[in-house]
Each structure stands twice: as C-alpha cells, then as structure tokens.
Design a protein around this ligand. Structure first.
Ligand code: IVH
Length: 678
C-alpha cells in the first residue's frame, strides 16, 4: 500500500464513522448533533476521497446512500420465512373473540400478554443482515418471493447498512414498513409540481414507486424512511423470548422502531390503545390504517402458527375511513376528456386522513340529488387511503337559511357550448367536439401523456394547460412538433428542463399498440379493452376498419364499446391525427395475434371479487382476457373460477352455494405465472 493510501484510509475510516453516526442521529433518533451544512462538508469530503481513491471504496460506505447507476431489473428473492398478511377486525367484539381464541388454542390458563402498535400504511420489506451488514433487501411480493431492492434500500438513510454493535446474530432478517412521512410527501409534491415532475398520488403509492426505481439515484432523492416491526428468519445464536425484546434489541442496534409500541394485558387496555392512537392519528405525521395486535411471547406465536397465509398470533384492528365535518363553499363544474361535466365541491379546507382537503368530487347531478346537497351546507367528508375525498353525507340540521340550490349549468364553463344531459346516462356532457373545447382538449392531452398511455415524463398538468392556453399545442401531434426553444420560453421552464422534455417526447414515440389505442382516449376504451383489441386484431388498421359486428368478437367488447369505436374512427379528424402521429415517428412493434392454442383460458368465465391487494383489478382483468377468459361481474353456474380477496361478500357466498371453485389472490397470481410459463 502506498503511503498516500494509508493516509486516505485512515481519514476514510474516520469520515465513514462520523457520517454513519450523524445519519443515525438525524434519521433514526431525530436528534441531529450537527447542522445540515456541517454534515454536507463531511459527506462531500468522504465522496471526494472515495472518488480520488476508488480502490478504497467499500460496499458498506455511507456514501453509497446517494445511489449508484441504473440496474437492469429486479432479481427475484425467495423469502426463507414467508411474509404473511394480517387478519382484520373492526370492532371490540371481534378483537375480544380473537383474544379468547388465542387463549383457548394455547390451552393455558396463564395470562397472555399482547403488544400493540400502529399499522403503518406503507410498503412491507425484508432486510437481511449478515455479520451486521445489510446484504439483502426485498419486497414482500406474493409473500413467498419478492424483488431484490437492495441498492434502492441502501439509499434510505434511516436504514443502517452496518449495525452499530458487535453482539448481533450472524445472520438475521428484519421485517418492517417503508413509508414517506406526510410533511415530506407534501414538500415533495410541491416541488414536483414546480419542476413539472409527476407528483405522487399518495404517500403509500409514492413509497412503492420509489422502491421500484431501476436507478437508485431516483430512490435516493425520495423521502423514504422505515419502521422495523418484526423478526424474520434468524440464526440460532439469538433466541429472544418476546416481541418487545426483539424490538428493544433492534433499537439498540440502530434499527428504527416505532416508539408507540407497547404491551398490554387485556382487552380493555387494547381498546384504550386503539382509541388513543385514533385520537392521535392526525398528528402522527404518517399514514396508518389501524393498530396491529400481536401475541408477545414468541414461543406462543410459534404454537399458534398460521392459517392461509395469515398468522393466528396477530390481527389488525382497522380504523374506518376518516371523516370530518366542513362547509361547502361552492360547487363548480369540471369538463372531462370526453366532455363529461363533473360537479366538484369546493370545501372550506380541512385536515383529514393526513392531508388538507379542499375539494371533493360529487360525481354527477344524481349524486347531488341523492345527498340533497346545497351550497352552504355542512357536510361529512371522508377520505380513505388513495381514494379521492368524498362527501359522505349532508348534515341537514345545520343547513343555513341562505343555502343555494345547485343547478346544472346550461353552457360548458370552458367553451360555452350547450350542455346536454340525455336520459340515457347520469353524466351531462359538453356538446362541442373535442377540438372546439379547450377543457376537453387539455384533458385529452393529459390522458395521452399519462403513464399508462404514452408515458411522457415531465409533461405535468400545469405545463400542458399553459401550452393549450397560449395556443402552442392544440392536439397530441403538436406535442411532437415542439422545439426545446419553444418549451424553454414557457413559465417556470429552463433550457435544461425543456431539453429533458423534448427527449422524453422522443422516447415516448416508441410505444406499443395497446398503449397507443388507450392513449387515443376513445370513450369506454380502457387499458384492458385496448389490450384485448390489439391482441385480437394485431394491427391498428384492422381495428380502424372493423365493423361493429367484428369488433364484438373481441372479448370485453359489447355493443356500446363497439359503436364508440366505430364512431371514433369514422371521424376524419381522428384518422388525420393518427396519421399525423405516425408521420411524426410514433411507432410500435407488431402484435402477434393470439391463436386459440395460446389462450389456455378460452371459453372460461372468471369473476373477481373483494379487494385485490397485489395487482390492480384492471390489470388482473387484462391478464385474464389476454389468456382468453371472459371476466364477468356476477357469479352463475357458468362461472369457472372466482378470485376472492378480503371483503368479498355476496359473490363469494353465491360461489360457495353453487360449488364454483374459489381461489385467493396469491393462488391467482401463482396460476397466472404457471400459465405464462407454459
Ligand atoms: S406485522 C405476520 N406490524 O400490514 C405479521 N405489519 O396486512 C407481519 N403492516 O404486510 C406483519 N404496519 O405490510 C405488522 N406494525 C406492523 C405493521 C404491519 C403495517 C403491514 C405489513 C403487512 C400488512 C398486513
């Protein structure tokens, strides 16, 4: 070793220790000992030294917490101990029953101790430490295997890459939840909007998306953190007796644990905890959806075991969706992509479910009638998870004398064309053609650029609106004609972001046929239908010239959708736009038309019911259709298979009555995988 190396090595050691220490103080203990600027000086020196002496770089250096270059894809990881989900309850009686069942099963008269802790609404992950070093981080996946997200997780500063103790087991696994604190979420989205970057839908979605980035540098820029809440696989050299002991030990090793975790001895204390956390919910600073109760003693947990992927030793007490009372200040009418007119309540801002809400959708005029809502009314607003805030009910007794009746406007608020409310549908519509109504144009362009359509990065809503307002863009083809110079001249855009957008537009041109069809924004043609059309016809031309009858040969296409398609392609303006887009370089690979041999589920009728937790319902539906199945909304003797998630009700009962085969979501995903492998 050269002498300069030795000097550098010594300094590197000191710097790594100091940086790790301050990261821990700041991100785990919430007690920084130095200022951010002082930290940056240390951190920058570390990065500089490692750049100058690349051979002295180590995989566990805290400098790696800014993320390395892009990786290709995520490897699959099999969990040594399956990652289970939780049974749910929502009432004191159900909790009491669960407690007494545990007592009976354990067949012991000695009192059982339970633990309780908030149920974090984030993403479940597993961390494996070997000799105190983080060697593997993975997602829960289907519970048996997940994805290797180690390089992304290394960028999260509250997760130690090296534990601060010598007494750690040789190898052990930590389970917990990665999430985004609410104030960081709000801050991130405000900045995203300023920079024309896609905002996060909600903190949980944002956390999941951040962990699935192929480029860890993107993850590094996201405000992720973690609470560790249980032990997975562990070597024999550590045999803790209780859950509380595990958590206390985690904390001493530098793993972040929830300070609100506690043990209780009976139902009354459990309910008091549920109540306490519920009252405290809006001040926690992170989204939760309930309280998790666990049997404290690990030997008892083992004896209780699990049924169908759910442990008997734990249960989630779920809170109802949060509700608050506020006043409706006004009702405005928004114009959608297809001209639909949606009433939106402007509310006196209130804090609910961790965010400030000032708008709630009212869906349509029928909903206003059903609620008997007037402007000025006091209403109950509900927000659950990622659901858009809803007006749950009007508080009739508090109606002010001057409350104003809500009337559907006669003219489109955007273009002034007459609004039509036909008796056939609940939605009212602007009668103008898309091109003649700025609001419709904007919405159509937003849809075109959206993630599941052409996926144009950096083309935010505000930016698009600006482009339409100043007449720079009229239709989708105009987007591909924009120069960096024109974009740079827009508000809040610089040369660099303009160039990025031009590149993103360029990249988006190479698409797929299903995406392109979906991007066209044909009424009633969602992702699943677009995929089914592409799979059936193979070529866009064929779809454009298909008759309503031949369109109906496609699964998922009924008479209404078929007539929408025929109508859409009969419009010469639409055909000219498609031609224009192709002329500008939008292209896709040929789609192989699925032959019956590749449709293992051909002729089968499937029903999806209850909540699907791992795969969006639309995606599940699209996969089934692509395999040849029909997806129906109701169970009958003709149904081949029912997929039932939590909360499944009458359809599940009906299936059981008729003896129709029922599987859960995990089994469903396994089947899809097997079918795809065949
Ligand atoms: S314990 C087998 N504790 O809830 C029990 N889970 O619905 C392992 N979750 O997949 C989970 N906060 O993602 C536990 N304090 C907490 C939790 C928690 C959130 C999530 C976890 C799990 C899901 C089950």
């Amino acid at each position: 070793m050269e002498s300069s190396d030795e000097g550098a090595l010594g300094r590197l050691k000191v710097l790594r220790e100091q940086v790790s220490h301050h990261i821990h103080c700041y991100h785990v203990l919430d007690q920084p000992e130095i200022s951010d600027a002082q930290f940056d000086v240390l951190f920058d020196e570390l990065v500089q030294l490692e750049t100058d002496f690349p051979h002295l770089q180590t995989p566990d250096s805290p400098s790696l917490r800014v993320g390395g270059g892009p990786s290709m894809a995520f490897k699959q990881v099999t969990h040594a101990v399956p990652m289970l989900s939780l049974d749910k309850c929502t009432t004191e009686i159900e909790l009491r029953d669960w407690m007494s069942r545990s007592q009976q099963r354990l067949d012991t008269s000695e009192p059982i101790q339970w633990t309780c802790e908030p149920k974090i609404d984030g993403v479940a992950v597993s961390l494996v430490y070997e000799h105190g070093r983080l060697v593997l981080a993975s997602t829960r996946g289907d519970g048996h295997s997940g994805e290797d997200i180690t390089s992304n997780v290394r960028t999260i500063r509250s997760i130690p890459i090296r534990l601060q103790a010598r007494d750690v087991p040789q190898r052990f696994e930590v389970r917990g939840e990665i999430y985004i604190p609410l104030n960081d979420f709000v801050r991130y989205n405000a900045e995203a909007e300023r920079n024309g970057v896609k905002p996060m839908i909600n903190p949980r979605n944002g956390a999941a998306g951040s962990l699935r980035q192929l480029d860890a540098r993107i993850t590094a820029a996201r405000p992720l953190t973690m609470f560790c809440y249980s032990l997975g696989a562990v070597d024999d050299d550590w045999q803790p007796e209780t859950h509380m002991e595990v958590i206390a030990q985690f904390a001493t090793w530098g793993l972040r644990v929830n300070p609100l975790m506690q043990s209780i001895d009976d139902l009354a204390a459990g309910m008091a905890y549920v109540e306490k956390i519920s009252n405290f919910r809006s001040q926690l600073g992170y989204d939760i959806d309930g309280v998790v109760f666990k049997v404290n003693r690990l030997s008892q947990q083992r004896r209780l075991g699990a049924v169908t992927r759910k442990p008997r030793w734990a249960i989630a007490y779920k809170y109802p969706a949060e509700e608050v009372v506020t006043q409706v200040e006004n009702v405005e009418f928004q114009v959608g992509r297809t001209g639909s007119i949606t009433p939106v309540a402007r509310l006196q801002p209130v804090f609910v479910g961790g965010v400030t809400v000032s708008n709630a959708t009212l869906h349509n005029m029928d909903e206003i009638t059903r609620l008997d809502l007037k402007v000025g009314d006091w209403v109950m607003v509900r927000r659950a998870g990622d659901v858009i805030p809803q007006v749950a009910a009007v508080i009739a007794s508090r109606r002010p004398a001057d409350a104003i009746e809500i009337m559907l406007p006669t003219q489109c608020p955007s273009c002034g064309s007459p609004i039509i409310h036909s008796s056939e549908e609940s939605v009212a519509r602007c009668s103008a053609a898309k091109q003649a109504c700025p609001a419709q144009r904007k919405e159509a362009l937003k849809h075109f650029a959206s993630r599941l359509a052409m996926d144009i990065d950096g083309l935010g809503e505000k930016l698009l609106e600006q482009m339409v307002d100043i007449g720079l863009v009229r239709d989708a083809a105009d987007l591909y004609r924009l120069s960096a110079q024109e974009i740079a001249g827009l508000e809040r855009m610089g040369q660099k972001s303009a160039e990025n957008l031009v590149n993103a537009l360029q990249r988006s041109k190479a698409t797929t046929l299903p995406r392109f069809i979906y991007a066209l924004g044909i009424r009633e043609v969602g992702e699943a239908t677009a995929a089914a059309l592409a799979g059936h016809f193979g070529q866009l031309d064929q779809i454009m010239h298909a008759s309503a009858d031949s369109l109906q040969e496609v699964d998922d296409v009924g008479p209404v959708v078929a007539s929408r398609l025929v109508e859409f392609f009969a419009n010469t303006a639409h055909c000219a736009l498609i031609e224009g887009l192709i002329g500008l370089g939008v292209c896709w690979p040929d789609v192989e038309v699925s032959s019956p041999a590749e449709l293992p589920l051909l002729g089968q009728v499937w029903v999806l019911t209850g909540t699907l937790e791992k795969m969006p319902r639309q995606q599940a539906k699209a996969r089934l259709i692509a395999l040849g199945a029909k997806v129906s909304g109701s169970v009958s003797a003709k149904t081949h298979q029912v997929v039932a998630g939590p909360g499944a009700g009458s359809k599940l009962e009906k299936a059981q009555e008729l003896g129709v085969s029922v599987i859960n979501e995990t089994e469903f995903i396994e089947q899809l995988r097997t079918l795809a492998d065949d």
